[in-house]
Write a protein that binds this ligand. Structure first.
Ligand code: F6R
Length: 619
């Protein structure tokens, strides 16, 4: 499952607001992780377990079930993206034991749940859902019946679980504690005043604290209002021994502020994040010299470079690979992370694998990094989330500093990834003596201009993108064509259009479009051409003519000096003339806006595209 979980425990006087409201607000910030059902469980001031959960999105469910009115001393909450068991009221978390005293929320997959469930049924436990998670409260109940206290029973349960999990649990018999465990799914402890938290992501509790502990695989523990206990399993002669961890030494302070994760007046996070790109780019570029210095040195001495990513991050790796080949004269290839095993087997020492991932948690990319390490390659993580799993596991990590991205569709992290990876490629070229410092400086200067160029594009093109969206909303299909650096931009434009506006959008190398795709063109079929520099104008002109001759509606994203090409198009986003590397950063912006406004005009919620979750932590 890709889900969001949260747990909180608080002393009296911590907040005027009921705990249910606090949990609901935290879940709202985690909604990007899944949103097909939602629920909470709270131990009330009277010592009862109150569980409210349902299929549906959080605002609707919370209103229907009155989340805001539930008061208590501790609680857990969950927002779900279904894997085991369809979205339904029964399958929504939290799940409870037979006696209704224990409640559990879970992100991950318990692989051996069927075996555990069969055993529990023979013990007389009855189940109400199809989920893998429900075995957990019943196992804890079973251990408690054999005389263990809640924490011991929880640890005994964790010892039996196979698979991936981030867990939070409350129990009436120990009401002020939230018990937790982590294996392969992210989980973070937040240290508040008179309160402590656990959550899948820091954004859940940023309103209360920026002091965090990132939990590691194999750790379990609990938070009470003024106490945190973490233990790690050590195997000793086949027996699990739980060893305490020094909590103080693990505390970190995160930079992000609560305002950074709220909508600040925008209707949707996606639009807010599109508009944040000038600031995100400025933030990325302000730290880029230090950020890439070590990685560029190792790249300069490397054999081959494989870049792994999924979705939008994969598109960023395509650009990076192209730039490493072109400007650093390196053997570099971008690979979709889920297909990387066919490449990783060829790795040897001296090779480098770069994992690019906004979240640093995408399981396919993470797996690629792990395998590459095993094969002796040096691994580098490029992520937006400090202390994410990938950052911790790779030999080296670079943080893009774009700020929290909540919208499911990646926007500002894409432009920041490209800016950072471009800088890295050019620096590597300089260190290898392939690029003269004067040429490299020209590119660095062009990259430094990108925040103001993107601000200009947003100002000039937003209204026009919204007008064009009136046409796009009536279309079921579109082609996005490009060459060279323009192709990954076209691919990213098509992905945005597909995932939030549900238009079947397909990206193709422009030159390849004659070899089949053109057969689909009929009157009014939208074809979007991405042209990054005037050098490509001649070739793209003939592609536009071919498409138009068959009735296509030609849309162009091109520099202002490509006048002949733009005069052929039906609609043109006229972009500032820049170095092609800087154009690769900024030319996606009108395509993000076009997808956003097409979704809005179709009445869709761009922050919650159907069937998608922002972070994919399952294969
Ligand atoms: C698309 C999108 C996804 C992610 C992909 C990888 O808008 O957001 O395609 O890019 O799931 O996620 P990260 O970058 O977190 O590894």
């Amino acid at each position: 499952m890709v889900c969001g979980i949260v747990g909180v425990t608080a002393d009296e006087g911590f907040s005027q607001e009921p705990l249910g409201k606090l949990i609901k607000d935290a879940l709202k910030r985690l909604e990007y992780r899944g949103y097909d059902s939602v629920g909470l469980a709270v131990i009330t001031n009277e010592g009862l377990l109150e569980v409210r959960k349902s299929k549906g999105m959080i605002d609707y469910v919370s209103r229907k079930l009155g989340f805001d009115t539930v008061s208590g001393v501790s609680g857990v909450g969950h927002t779900r993206w279904a894997t085991h068991g369809k979205p339904s009221d029964e399958n929504a978390h939290p799940h409870t034991d037979c006696s209704g005293r224990i409640a559990v929320v879970h992100n991950g997959i318990i692989e051996n749940y069927k075996k555990l469930k069969e055993f529990l049924i023979t013990e007389g436990h009855s189940f109400t859902s199809d989920t893998d998670t429900e075995v957990i409260p019943h196992l804890v109940e079973s251990f408690k019946k054999r005389g263990y206290d809640t924490y011991e029973a929880f640890k005994k349960t964790v010892e039996l679980l196979e698979g991936a999990y981030a867990l939070a649990m409350i129990d009436i018999d120990d009401p002020r504690k939230v018990f937790f465990a982590r294996r392969m799914s992210p989980l973070i402890v937040g240290l508040g005043t008179k309160s402590n938290f656990v959550a899948s992501d820091v954004v859940a509790f940023l309103n209360y604290t920026r002091r965090i502990i990132v939990l590691m695989d194999g750790e379990v523990g609990y938070v009470a209002p003024n106490k945190v206990v973490i233990e790690k399993a050590l195997l000793n002669e086949g027996m699990v021994r739980w060893t305490p961890i020094d909590v103080e030494s693990r505390v970190r302070v995160v930079e992000w502020s609560p305002e950074m994760s709220s909508k600040e007046g925008y209707d949707f996070f996606m639009l807010k994040e599109i508009h944040e790109q000038p600031y995100a780019l400025a933030s990325t570029l302000s730290g880029v010299v230090d950020a890439v210095s070590e990685a560029s040195r190792v790249l300069a001495r490397s054999g081959r470079v494989l870049l792994l990513g999924a979705g939008t991050s994969y598109h960023a790796t395509l650009i990076a690979a192209l730039l490493l080949r072109r400007y650093a004269d390196l053997w570099a290839e971008a690979i979709v992370a889920s297909e990387s095993r066919w490449w990783l087997s060829t790795l040897s020492q001296g090779d480098i694998v770069i994992g690019v991932s906004q979240s640093g948690e995408t399981i396919d990319t993470l797996k690629g990094i792990r395998e590459a390490k095993e094969r002796g390659a040096l691994t580098i993580a490029v992520t937006n989330v400090m202390e994410s799993t990938m950052t911790r596991e790779a030999d080296m990590s670079i943080y893009i500093r774009a700020g929290p991205e909540i919208g499911v569709a990646a926007t500002k992290t894409f432009t920041s990834q490209i800016a950072l990876l471009s800088y890295l490629a050019i620096k590597t070229g300089e260190l290898r003596g392939v690029l003269k410092p004067s040429i490299a400086n020209e590119v660095y200067n062009a990259l430094r201009e990108t925040p103001s160029i993107v601000a200009k594009i947003l100002k000039n093109e937003e209204e026009r993108a919204s007008v064009l969206a009136d046409k796009m909303r009536t279309k079921n299909n579109a082609y996005y064509l490009g060459r060279g650096l323009g192709l990954p931009i076209a691919m990213e434009g098509a992905l945005k259009m597909k995932e939030i506006a549900y238009v079947h959008a397909e990206a193709y190398p422009a030159g390849e479009s004659k070899h089949g795709p053109i057969a689909l063109i009929e009157e009014g079929f939208p074809v979007i051409f991405v042209v990054l520099s005037k050098d490509e104008e001649e070739l793209i002109k003939s592609n536009i003519e071919e498409m138009k001759a068959r009735g296509a509606y030609a849309i162009l994203v091109s520099p202002s000096n490509a006048e002949e090409a733009s005069s052929l198009a039906d609609f043109c986003f006229v972009m500032p003339v820049q170095h092609e590397v800087a154009s690769a950063v900024s030319y996606v912006v009108p395509l993000q806006l076009l997808a956003y406004y097409t979704a809005i005009k179709k009445g869709l919620d761009p922050d919650k595209p159907r069937n998608l979750a922002k972070t994919v932590t399952v294969f």
